[in-house]
Every structure is written in C-alpha cells, then in structure tokens.
Design a protein around this ligand. Structure first.
Ligand code: NDP
Ligand code: BG6
Length: 523
C-alpha cells in the first residue's frame, strides 16, 4: 500500500502499520472516543437479537479495549434465569473464556432481573440493581437502555423506566439513553403513536433508533465516496445519471421467523427502513458538517422530495410477489407458504420491486428502481448509478454491441467495494468497444476487515453520537412513502405475483423496468 504526502515522495507501508498509525492519529485528534462508564440494560436479554447480535458485539468491543473501565450489562426479561445463567449466556456469545479475557473479566459484574415489563416491580428492582452497580462496577449513574424486545412492549418499558426515575441519569451520571430496535410501528399511525408514547418518557435527543444498515461500513462509505471526493459529485445529478437502482437481495428464506414475517412482508421488513436509509444517503444534498442533525436534516429533506403516488396509482409503480419452491444455492427449498409459521394461503409479499421519482432540483426526471426479496439467486445489496449514454458514438453500431451504459456500483455486501463500469477498446484491428469494470475491494484495501454493524452502533450510542441513528421525522417520512402502498395491498393491488426460489424474482419486475427500456443490473 502506498501513502504519499502533499506531493512528497510516496512511502510504502504495511497495511497493518498504516492502520495503526491512522488510529493513533485519530486518537490524538480526539476522533476516536472511549465511552464514559455506563450500565447497558438489555430488555429482551433472553431473546434472539441479544444472543446473536448485541452480546457478541459488546464482547468484541471489550476485546478491542473499546469499553470503559466502569461497565456492566443488566439483562431484563421474563425467563426465570439468574445472574449465573445470564453470565454463562454472555460468555457463550463471546465464544468462551479463552477467546476473550477482557469480556470474561467484565461478565463477572453482570446482573439479570427476571420480571414482566407489565409490572412495576420489575423496574423498581432494576433501579436497585443499577444503583448497586454504580457502587460495585463503577458505572457512575450512566444508563443505556436497549429495547430488544417485542415492539408491543416498547412504550410500556419506556413508561416503567420513567416512573422509577430511569429516564434520567443516576447520581453523578450524565446520560440516560434509550436504544430502540425496529420496527418503529407497523404503519404511519402506529409509528406516530409509538413516538408519542416514547416522548412521554424520553426526549428525542435521548432516543437512538437503530437501523442496522446504518452501522454497515459500506453504507457509511456512501457519504465518504460522495463528499470526500471531488470527482463524483459533479456527475451525481440529473444531467449525467440516467437512473438509480437499489437492490437488497437475500438468499435466505424466512428461517424460523415465519410468524413474524407474515405480518411484516418485504415492504415493512426492508423497504420502509433499510432501503429508505440507503436511498436517502445516496441521493441527499451535501451536509454542512458530519454532525448528526446536519446529516439527518438532509436525509429527511430527500425523503420529503420522494413523489408519493396515491394508492390507486400504485399498481403502475409496484410489483409484489411471493416465492414458491425452488433451488437456492444448490439446495431444494420449500415455497413460502410451506414455511413454518406461515399461512398456507398467505398473501404476504416476500419480494417487492418499485419505481419512484424524486422531485427536486438534482433528481427531477431520474427514476429510482428498488427491489428486495428473500430466496433470490444470490445475497447481494448494492446501489447502482447508471449514467446516460454519450450523446454520439462515432463507432460503427456493431462495434459497440457489448457496450453497456457506464455505471458505478456501490457494493454494500457481501463483496464490499465499488465498481466503475465503462467502455474500453478491445485489443485488435477494429474499434470494438466493450464494457469493463474497475474494482475497489474493501477486503484488499483494508485487510483488517470491517466491524459488525452492531459494534459501531452500540459504541456510538454509548458515546452519544446520534449520526447513524434514525430521527423521529425520518421514520415518519418513510412511513408516508410506504403508506399508499400498504393501502393498495389492503385492496389486493397489485395482484400477488410469484417467483421460484433461487431466481431473480418475478417476470413482472422485469417488465416494470423494461417498460422504460432499462434492465435490472443483476450481479
Ligand atoms: P425474541 O422473541 O427472541 O425475544 C423477545 C424478548 O423479549 C425475550 O427476551 C422475552 O423474554 C422478552 N419479553 C417479551 N415480552 C416480555 C414481557 N412482557 N416481559 C418481559 N420480557 C418480555 O425477539 P428478538 O430478539 O428476535 O427481537 C427483539 C426485537 O428486535 C424486536 O423488536 C425485533 O423486531 C427486533 N429485531 C430482531 C432481529 C433479529 O434478527 N432477531 C433483527 C432486527 C430487529 P422471555 O423470552 O424471557 O419471556
Ligand atoms: C432485518 C430483517 O432487518 O434485516 C431480516 O428483519 C433481514 O428479514 C435482515 O434478513 C437483513 O440484514 P442483512 O444485514 O443480513 O442484510
């Protein structure tokens, strides 16, 4: 890897050394922060998300020495497990004692409160435990409450905490924050009700709504690509961009979450949150600073510019579909209606494609195509900017038959990177031109690997940096975009299409984009 100063001679550095130097410089500049002492309280401590994401992320932060000295976790859930069993689960999440001595040391302080969120005694007991931890673990009155439980309990937990003083820091503390997992409501009305409930107990600046896509390095890199470089922004507009595609494709089906997915579907599970987040970062105006509200102001402005067709017009813009049996990754898999927890006559969409328009100075007339689905041919999330064709091609027609429009692909996952696709002359006696790709790979440039989304988000919540968290008005605006689609679905429009598991989706989605002479950019 090469590092060159201001026009000075280039020096060759080992990647690891290079990263270490960068981190040391960040630390010296105060850019990389260590949180203040804090107690992290997990509501839903016995659940799936805690075991699979939250505890492993905290354990990794411990291994990286990113947690403060005064640190403890308190688990709260109904299951009658005690401190010891909870500590065992915390160790299991870290892959055992030897794997992570720093975590092992911390876990000894961890506590578990068994109780129902509907009962006041749960919050009274929690308050006592937190006071004890301030003394024994040095958590100094700072609290981070994580709502990793069923959404119907979010309001109750916030209220229970407030009744017992939990919405304010404990003695000597400087913060009490509430981290909220999605879904933020199931439609516009319920999202607003939830917000009202949370705001009765916590101020907006105490609430950290998680969309784990915002924790992905490659999603954050959309901002770096656009605003740390001079070469992309001049062409990032309607004069050069023909259209934009956002793909969130999964190979997995609904796994053990059939029951949950039945009431969610692709629209609520992915489009209302993850897609809207990626889209707003990709299309928003440059923020004045990287301060949380500067960025969130721009995101919400962009979402407000999205044209929202009425419910009776949605049939022209949306395709919804469900997977049938097929072959995925070489394995025969059942159709959605055969999955556990799914109604055999289910009308829930496992796939959604749509086009939308953004009515602002930068993007007027540039269609945005979105698609997401489960049991598709591959797991891939990417944003593709497809540029306009040159105004005139001087080469004979057949010499450019393999030339696609130039494009810039932001590969969010799994093969993280960026590809620029453009035309190049094929060696030989004629002027044949075909598309080639120039690739940037995260893996190669940063061999240390990228952090798990939850690690970054938890650290930010502990340090109080709200930049990657979703503000209340963003959630509201995203629901406003989705609401007429939900309304159309309720009337059975558009009709539910079908696709075999392992394909790239239904033929109807191809027709949606091909109607304007364009094509999905499949990996
Ligand atoms: P689970 O059903 O696995 O866990 C729910 C947790 O909440 C359990 O610990 C349960 O305790 C506790 N709980 C439920 N009701 C009560 C109650 N009345 N009193 C006390 N405890 C209660 O859910 P997940 O972990 O899957 O999901 C949690 C949240 O995270 C949800 O909002 C979900 O949408 C969101 N999410 C989950 C993802 C995932 O991959 N799992 C991904 C993204 C978001 P007990 O079992 O002991 O009764
Ligand atoms: C979750 C959805 O929010 O995101 C899941 O509820 C989906 O259905 C998951 O599988 C996808 O996340 P990722 O990080 O694997 O793209």
């Amino acid at each position: 890897m090469t590092a060159a100063g201001d026009g000075g001679p280039a020096a060759t550095l080992e990647p690891a050394l290079d990263e270490a130097l960068a981190q040391a410089a960040e630390a010296a500049a105060g850019v990389s922060r260590r949180p203040e002492p804090v107690a992290v309280v997990i509501f839903g401590a016995s659940g799936d998300l805690a075991a699979r994401k939250i505890l492993p992320a905290l354990a990794t932060l411990a291994a990286r020495q990113a947690l403060p000295d005064g640190f403890a976790v308190v688990g709260v859930a109904r299951s009658e497990i005690g401190d010891d069993e909870f500590r065992d689960r915390c160790m299991a999440a870290a892959g055992g004692e030897e794997a992570n001595p720093a975590w092992t040391r911390l876990v000894r302080q961890f506590r578990y409160v068994a109780g129902d969120y509907g009962e006041d005694v749960t919050f009274a007991t929690l308050a006592e435990v937190l006071d004890e931890l301030d003394a024994s673990a040095g958590t100094r009155g700072n609290r981070l409450y994580y709502l990793a439980t069923v959404p119907s309990m979010f309001g109750r937990v916030a209220g229970g905490l407030a009744r017992h003083g939990g919405n304010r820091p404990g003695p000597g503390g400087s913060f009490a924050r509430l981290v909220v997992e999605k879904p933020f409501g199931t439609d516009l009305d319920s999202a607003r009700r939830l917000d009202d409930e949370l705001h009765q107990s916590f101020d907006e600046d105490q609430i950290f709504r998680i969309d784990h896509y915002m924790g992905k390095e490659t999603v954050q890199n959309v901002l770096a690509l656009r605003f740390a470089n001079a070469i992309f922004e001049p062409i990032w507009n309607r004069r050069y961009v023909d259209h934009v595609q956002v793909t969130v494709a999964e190979r997995l089906g609904v796994e053990h979450r059939g029951n949950f997915y039945e009431s969610a579907g692709a629209l609520r599970d992915i489009v209302q949150n993850h897609v809207m987040q990626v889209l707003s970062l990709t299309l928003m105006e440059p923020p004045a600073t990287m301060e949380a509200n500067a960025i969130r102001d721009e995101k919400v402005k962009l979402l407000r510019s999205v044209v929202v067709p009425r419910a009776d017009q949605q049939v022209e813009h949306v395709v919804r579909a469900q997977y049938g049996a097929g072959t995925c990754g070489g394995e025969a898999v059942p159709g959605y209606r055969e999955e556990e927890g799914v109604d055999p006559r289910s009308m829930t969409e496992t796939y959604l494609a749509m086009n939308l328009a953004v009515d602002n100075w930068r993007w007027a007339g540039v269609p945005v195509y979105i698609r997401t689905g489960k049991r598709l041919a591959d797991r891939v999330t990417e944003v593709t900017m497809i540029f306009q064709r040159p105004p005139h091609l001087p080469f004979a027609g057949q010499l450019t038959r393999d030339l696609r429009p130039d494009s810039l692909k932001l590969r969010i996952q799994p093969d993280e990177g960026i590809s620029l696709c453009f035309g190049a002359k094929v060696p030989g006696p004629t002027f044949r031109v075909r598309s080639v790709s120039m690739d940037f790979s995260y893996q190669q440039a940063f061999p240390g690997g990228t952090a798990e989304a939850y690690e970054r988000l938890l650290l930010d919540a502990m340090t109080g940096d709200a930049m990657l968290f979703i503000r209340s008005d963003e959630v509201d605006q995203a629901w406003q975009i989705v609401a007429p689609i939900q309304e159309a679905f309720a009337f059975g429009e558009p009709p539910l299409a079908h696709y075999p598991a392992g394909s790239w989706g239904p033929i109807e989605a191809d027709r949606l984009i091909e109607a304007t002479g364009r094509q999905w950019s499949n990996p």
